[in-house]
Design a protein around this ligand. Sequence first.
Ligand code: GDP
Ligand code: IMO
Ligand code: MG
Length: 429
Amino acid sequence: MGVDVLLGLQWGDEGKGKIVDVLTPLYDVVARFQGGPNAGHTIEFEGKKFVLHTIPSGIFNPKCINIIGNGVIIDPAILQKEIINLESSGVEVTKNLFVSRKAHLILPSHRLIDAASEFSKGLQKIGSTLKGIGPTYTDKTARNGLRVGDVSVPDFFEKYTASKNRHLQTVAQLGFDYTNHMIDGFDFETYEKRWFASLELLKKLNHIDSEYFINDLLQKGKNVLAEGAQGSLLDVDFGSYPFVTSSNTTIAGVCSGLGIAPSKIGKVYGIFKAYCTRVGSGPFPTELLDADGENMRKTGNEFGSTTGRPRRCGWLDLPALNYAIMLNGVTDLIMMKADVLDGFKTINVAVAYQYEGKRIAYLPFDATDGKLVPVYSEITGWNCKVTELKEKDGLPVDLENYIHFIENEVKTPVTIVSTGPDRTQIVYR
Ligand code: GDP
Ligand code: IMO
Ligand code: MG
């Protein structure tokens, strides 16, 4: 028994929430290990749709223990909203949810710094989700953060105020007037009040020393699925820096974000879309700014689950996929949203780049927008609706050919293909 891991291999939004939900019956525990409410993980079943930001996607299975690990950062106000929303739909949350005492808190003033930082960058902005992710991880590594375990200590309010005052100085230094700035539709003072009110619910949740808790479960023979947020190309070390998030979204984040040893890791599921999307700024070599890109966006409903922003769309990028497979040691690939390409007569796949006059198949240090020009292979489309496929039908021959082409290039098997947003729209290979 050990820890299997599910990681996004692109720029996030690959469909991690759906697949974690699908795989949950095989596991006793689902654990988030990094990121925060910048994540938006969508799960659809029985005509219902949920978007989770902080809560692991195993929550819909009443037998599953769900852990928010020490590597995750939590905005209690967002968490409260998520819990209320789920419980009002009849989903039991608090019994099966366990929160690490060591997880750091996103304060309202972290969100102001995020906004101020983006404002000060102008056209160079990251395109952050403005959930306070960068500033909170900055405080963590600068050893200034507040953690879940701190909410019950007597001097919490003093610690909070000291942090807030420090943050407001930073905001002022960045030349940002926050008095008209809205956080999730509220001015700062109102949001701060709501944030404080939400601490009452946070205090009532099951607080754990997650590294002991999870290792005890492993010792008892339980199976754990670690649920990644974001994607490998947004990793703070290996992504298209600085257009990245502020955590390790790749495999190493599992060990530091849950307190488990690398030797405990078993399968590594790598999840990717049959094409690519990206939301926010940064290089995207295969981006399509034409009718094909628009078609993908419309058919795939490519609008952010967290911010509603239109996602940029483009062809599948195999050098980038290969990079993510290498970094994470992926054992099983999962291809999502095959149905979105149903209407394409031909499909392009980037197999290399032209870079400074040479053909290369790796990601160079300087991959700024426009420097990498994709070299495409053209594949025949399958021209039929795969959304209505049943497991026994198998996949259309041309879709199988597309998958074989990918497998051959990346030397890793595709074991699951997703053909629609619903839990049931799935084909195992
Ligand atoms: P995550 O962040 O990786 O969990 O992905 P998101 O939930 O942000 O975005 C994936 C979107 O695609 C969601 O709206 C899902 O409901 C939807 N989705 C997942 N799998 C499929 C699929 O195979 N086909 C289609 N058309 N949509 C899918
Ligand atoms: P899930 O888990 C897609 C992107 C933002 C921005 C950059 C930095 O749903 O796949 P941040 O808020 O972290 O400072 O933003 O990262 N980003 C995501 N893009 N899916 C996500 O999460 C993302 N989380 C952050 O758009 O470009
Ligand atoms: Mg998402």
